[in-house]
Unconditional design. Sequence first.
Lengths: 284, 280
Amino acid sequence: MISMAGKAIRRWWALFALPTFAAFIIGFLVPFIMGVYLSFCEFTTVTDGEFVWLKNYTKALKDPEFLHALGFSTAFTIVTTIVINVVAFAIAYMLTKAIKGSTIFRSVFFMPNLIGGIILGYIWLLLLNGVLAHWGRALTYKASYGFWGLVILVCWQQIGYMMIIYIAGLQALPTDVLEAAAVDGANGTQTMFRIIIPLMMPSITVCSFLTVTNGFKLYDQNLALTNGAPSNMSEGLALNITRTFYGRMGWEGVGQAKAVLFFILVAIIALIQNKLTTSKEVAA
Amino acid sequence: MNENKPVKHGPVWTALFTVVSLFWIFPIVLVLINSFKQKAYISKNAFSLPTGKAFVGFENYTRGVETTQFFASFGWTLLITVGSVVLILVCTSMCAWWIVRVNNWAAKLLYTLFLFNMIVPFQMVMFTLSKIADMLKLNTPWGLCIVYLGFGAGLAVFIFTGVIKGIPQELEESAMIDGASVPRIFFQIVVPIMKPSIVSVAILEAMWIWNDYLLPYLTLDLGKYKTISVAVQYLKGGYGSVDMGAMMACLVLAIIPIIVFYLVCQKYIVSGVMAGAVKG
């Protein structure tokens, strides 16, 4: 059923909906559809595509560097998701208590989020290389150095962000449940694992998925900190795809195929999150 | 939570968090210290203080500003960010209102497309998008605003439709009976109600666009325009070694406006983060 106001508003589509939709077509729809099409083509620019069926995909899946990047990104995502969420939750938990200066601490922890990935990368390049210089080494000495360097950087960046979400969740906890638990003589561990964490599941889901998608999409920090050195061994998925496009002549089609695979991976993660959050809402 | 109940060992926790906070800001302080050192001393020992021969005053800053044309990049970044955010706010809020109130098949299709936009990573469209932007001559800061509107519309529309669904329609209908035109109803009745969410979206989009690297790098005509992130990345350049002195100075210059902005708008930034937490 359409309301009276709705009917009147509908006539104004050219003013209200069209500008956004026109930009959306240019900035998203056409590039996306062309991107999907070109992933089945061999091309050097968007107009000289030659249809080659699944050749790009087989080439992408046989590319050892792509598979290595996939492994690198997966390992990176697992480590950062666990570390960021555990630490952010712990900090948020302590900072919702009456500790002197907790507002200042919150501000400090959140601050790195506002700084761009490229800038962050070079800040940590200085610090980490400075530390490693004591052993006469640099961050590009081994791939594992780059890996852990990136882990430290991203934890430093994102803990504050997740902390804000956890603090909001903790402050919205129903006090009567916590008081009832205290009256019943529940100890600290029981309250935490039986009451607070189950009640916090919505926030935990949101933060986990944010960190997972951020982990896979990581690009700027990776580019600035290691740029894949040594020999592309510290390279995540996003960096690998970009390098395939712009760093390897004749591999544009493969790059696009990799990008489609990357999109499918990210989309699956998003769909799982959507399923989980909506089912939680029903249960609550 | 038990905000007013004193914690056990309160001072111990305060001390602990103070130490951790100092560690947290240490990387930035380190960059600040090194920005006053001669470049040879930066790579030799990053942790030494800028004393004696190592101290060069503001030399790194003048060199860094010159080689990167920092202030021009700053201006372009500001223009792109403000322009895109304003364009996104105006266009997507109108579009979201249209989608919610009209709610026919076209509106529903549009909404689904915007939702879909939110889960697509930039790598998926970067090659084709940069070529199309080139063809349509959108490779200027002004054109980039349109690209940002197109690629970033999903999240803004999503947040705004959520807010508008909670606004009762009766208000708008009675205004309509009183003879108010549709645009007037939107700008004088709906927009004031949406204000908090508009601020949140503005913060969210501004944080993204100000710091974005790859989209401007691929889309802009880099001979004429660079953003701060692009300019900093250019310092690293192709083959030669990096001028660490200029790099440190540029990093400091890039961080200062962000910290000022943060101190001024902290409250809104936190609400923006909360609004953005819905994004998958």
